[in-house]
Design a protein around this ligand. Structure first.
Ligand SMILES: [Cu+2]
Length: 111
């Protein structure tokens, strides 16, 4: 009975470790928009990672990319709000704001 119990504990431990490792492989980043700038000019991430684009300015910002790798348009949103993009393909993306054409950043997604 004791042996059975320790095997069961080990199974739980292994299952738990595996799920923690799997979670650690995919990262979540935060890029803020402040004073009409993205907080990162260039961000290198891995396939499967995500970025929360957060507006930290008192006015609206938009976030979009016309990149062939992955194009998206998060629309416009006010201070304090964020929207998340999961990057599923390898490549370089230009990310911009439709309201402020000078705002630009590059996301580089690698395997
Ligand atoms: Cu903007």
């Amino acid at each position: 009975m004791k042996k059975y119990h320790s095997l069961f504990s080990m199974f739980i431990l292994v299952t738990f470790s595996a799920s923690v490792l799997a979670e650690a492989e995919v990262k979540s980043y935060v890029v803020t928009q402040k004073e009409k700038k993205f907080s990162e000019e260039k961000l290198k991430i891995k396939v499967g990672d995500s970025i929360d684009f957060k507006n930290d300015d008192p006015w609206f910002h938009n976030v979009f990319s016309l990149s062939d790798v992955q194009n998206f348009d998060l629309g416009s949103y006010p201070k304090g709000q964020f929207k998340t993009v999961v990057f599923n393909k390898e490549g370089k993306l230009d990310v911009e704001c439709a309201i402020h054409p000078q705002m630009h950043m590059v996301v580089e997604v690698t395997k």
